[in-house]
Design a protein around this ligand. Structure first.
Ligand SMILES: [Zn+2]
Length: 387
């Protein structure tokens, strides 16, 4: 793409994303919010309307406004369909969303064993796509987004390393799925997909934040001035694998005593059982016990809050992200928040602590495939602001 074409594409995307961030915006508002001239705004409103990516709000609501250019604009739900898949070795969740992010269809696999061969993993992804394609054939889809576990190279679309994958060589996810279905495929890590989706939904109001996800593992994605930071080797954000002194449990990465072995859901349950709470089998059991004042659960929660606060205070001290978005299961509870914030203020510089806000999000499993689908919108229409 030439520089002129690139600049044009960036402006088209700017108009599109201004409308996305301000549904129902008028031409004058789009001009003001985007900083583009009225001439350029009008030109690209026409282009985006012809492409079917936007529509006028008046037409949708049956208003009387008739004319070449309507007053107010919205994204057009029919502008595209994105298929998203979030997967692990155990489970595959799929979804089809329209251009506005509305869910049109979902797929959920059976729970499988933990370890998987590369071809079997691909076959499970194909099964998910084929099932969704019964209603939405590939030629009606705009693109496919895959949110993958393990170490992912989003540039090449390869799953570089995943402990539950029985392979020593990278799995060429993007290439394989594109070859089979003939439409663009975008691959990224689960936490990055969640951070991108969070940013897309929050719009320009949230230019800086660090997104931290605590599930089975723990990882982070750092967004600065609308840019998603990617390390020199595309391996940044592996927060769960920094060591916690005094801990010795074997981690999924092969090392011992990583943060993941203190805060990860699976390890939390294991620790509860080790300390005698044999009936604790799920994170919900753990939360219920903690909220009922169970001293074992309180102690395990406190340890997790303390270690998470230490690691996140280090992230905040280094990067000053302004906002920390913490997504997880037990981490969204009031009891965890109180413990976490106590330890965070103990570990973090006061001036930074005072300037840092926290958002706590309960991990909704149904959102994960939608986050994967939004990788398509981000890659195709978001100017790669988050690169
Ligand atoms: Zn580790």
């Amino acid at each position: 793409m030439s520089m002129i074409e690139k600049r044009k594409r960036e402006r088209i995307n700017l108009v599109l994303n201004t409308i996305k961030a301000h549904p129902g915006a008028s031409k004058t508002e789009i001009k003001t919010f985007s900083g583009l001239s009225m001439e350029v705004v009008l030109q690209y409103i026409d282009y985006l309307t012809e492409e079917g990516l936007i529509c006028c709000a008046d037409a949708k609501t049956g208003g009387a406004k008739v004319g070449r250019r309507a007053d107010r604009y919205l994204l057009n739900p029919a502008g595209g369909k994105f298929l998203g898949i979030k997967f692990t070795a155990r489970r595959v969740s799929g979804v089809v969303i329209d251009f506005c992010g509305n869910v049109l269809a979902t797929y959920e696999s059976e729970k499988e064993t933990r370890s998987i061969a590369p071809q079997e993993l691909l076959d499970r992804l194909y099964r998910c796509i084929d099932r969704l394609a019964e209603t939405f054939p590939p030629d009606t889809l705009t693109a496919i987004g895959l949110a993958a576990p393990g170490f992912v190279d989003s540039g090449t679309g390869e799953l570089v390393r995943y402990n539950n994958l029985q392979s020593d060589v990278p799995l060429r996810l993007k290439a394989e799925v594109e070859k089979k279905y003939g439409i663009p495929v975008f691959v990224d890590g689960t936490t990055r997909a969640k951070a991108i989706a969070y940013h897309l939904n929050a719009g320009k109001e949230l230019e800086n934040f660090v997104y931290i996800f605590i599930g089975t593992g723990c990882s982070a994605a750092y967004v600065h001035k609308n840019n998603l930071y990617r390390g020199a080797n595309n391996f940044d954000g592996e927060l769960g694998h920094i060591p916690v002194f005094g801990r010795d449990e074997v981690c999924s990465c092969g090392k011992r005593g990583c943060l993941e072995t203190v805060v990860g859901n699976r390890h939390i349950i294991r620790e509860m059982q080790r300390r005698g709470a044999e009936g604790c089998a799920t994170v919900d059991d753990f939360v219920a016990a903690a909220e009922a004042g169970d001293p074992i659960a309180a102690a395990v929660m406190e340890e997790a809050a303390k270690c998470a606060a230490y690691a996140i205070a280090a992230v905040v001290t280094l990067n000053d992200p302004g906002q920390v978005v913490l997504c997880g299961d037990y981490t969204a509870t009031q009891i965890f928040r109180a413990m976490f914030e106590k330890w965070f203020s103990a570990f973090c510089l006061k001036d930074l602590c005072d300037r840092t806000t926290f958002q706590y999000i309960r991990n909704q499993k149904s959102d994960n495939a939608v986050d994967a689908a939004l990788l398509c919108y981000y890659n195709l229409y978001y100017n790669k602001n988050l690169v």
